[in-house]
Design a protein around this ligand. Structure first.
Ligand code: DGY
Length: 325
């Protein structure tokens, strides 16, 4: 008999087609009534869950008695209570690697867009304001040749650093838990403490996973260390930054700008950020290209199907659960 898999977010038609021959797939749909009710009804018989963007821990899963695996269609896994899943022997998988380059592209889009005021000038032009040559009040700042500070030089961080170093001739600084000699060699990257990096970089790019250690990593004190001409780019998780402190720093023009893809509370329905032209606000789209989202979905399907077949999935977040299961 096929095992049951329950979706906890919308799945693309291609992913549904990939899974359907192998499992009994339940995809809650508004067409069939209340989504939460459909999810709650199917959960006790689900062997696998697949999706993204939903917190899952004891409160949501206590009666998921058959659950063997959660396959997250994301690289970040801060939405899941990993300790709880591990205690229960439930495998958790994610989708690393396939989104690295797209997410690095988006970080650079934010960096360039904020420095060159792309969204602001686009709105200004479309509002019919272009009557004569643009003057200094609408100038941006250079990106090439400047200093790029990467907080978290992992896969995505180093992909951003490569763009900066080789595409824009930038000097690269990085802060993180450990030195990366190979990347220092490849990129000429220089290691700094976080405080030193904040004081030196023209662009500070946050690329750390959210954890107890990185929650509110950038607060009032850290923002005060940044140069008034510097720009903060956050593509990691909103909670890495104290958003109220960031808004205050932008309102008081203590930093030049911020390029943001993530927020403390998502979706961001209203925010003082919306009134700040020097803040570029994107709706958490780091990996949102057709190609990358498809690759993530298929990687998640491979992980899910492997786990349900009793094989060790490629992207296992909690290997301790594997030993128990
Ligand atoms: C991830 O995969 O964690 C990214 O934030 C995209 O959702």
């Amino acid at each position: 008999m096929k095992k049951t898999v329950l979706a906890f977010s919308r799945l693309s038609p291609a992913l549904i087609e990939r899974l359907q021959p192998h499992v009994e797939l339940v995809v809650p749909s508004p067409k069939l009534g209340d989504i939460a009710t459909q999810f709650a009804e199917a959960l006790p018989r689900a062997h696998g869950l697949i999706g993204a963007g939903r917190p899952l821990g004891e409160a949501q899963l206590h009666n998921a008695e058959r659950l063997e695996v959660i396959s997250s269609i994301s690289v970040g896994y801060d939405n899941y209570d990993v300790d709880y899943l591990t205690r229960r022997g439930i495998l958790l998988t994610n989708t690393p690697d396939v989104l690295t380059e797209s997410t690095a592209d988006l970080a650079f889009a934010l960096l360039l867009g904020t420095a060159r005021r792309v969204a602001e000038l686009d709105a200004w032009t479309k509002a019919g304001n272009w009557k004569r040559t643009v003057e200094a009040d609408l100038f941006g700042c250079d990106v090439h040749g400047k200093t790029l500070g990467i907080v978290g030089l992992g896969n995505i961080g180093s992909a951003i650093a490569r763009r900066g170093r080789f595409g824009f001739g930038m000097r690269v600084l990085y802060a993180g838990n450990s030195r990366k000699p190979a990347l220092e060699q490849e990129l000429g990257a220089e290691y700094r403490s976080l405080d030193e990096l904040l004081g030196e970089a023209d662009f500070v790019c946050l690329v750390v996973p959210l954890s107890a250690q990185t929650r509110q990593l950038i607060g009032r004190r850290e923002l005060a260390l940044m140069k008034p001409s510097a720009i903060l780019v956050n593509i990691s998780r909103g909670a890495v930054v104290d958003e109220a402190a960031l808004i205050e720093a932008l309102q008081e023009q203590r930093i030049r700008g911020a390029g943001l893809d993530v927020y403390e509370k998502e979706p961001l329905a209203e925010s003082p950020l919306f009134a700040l032209p020097q803040a570029v606000t994107l709706p958490h789209v780091g990996s949102a290209t057709h190609e990358t989202r498809q690759a993530m979905a298929f990687r998640a399907a491979d992980n899910l199907l492997a786990a349900l077949a009793g094989e060790r999935p490629r992207d296992l977040v909690n290997p301790q659960a594997w030993r128990q299961s």
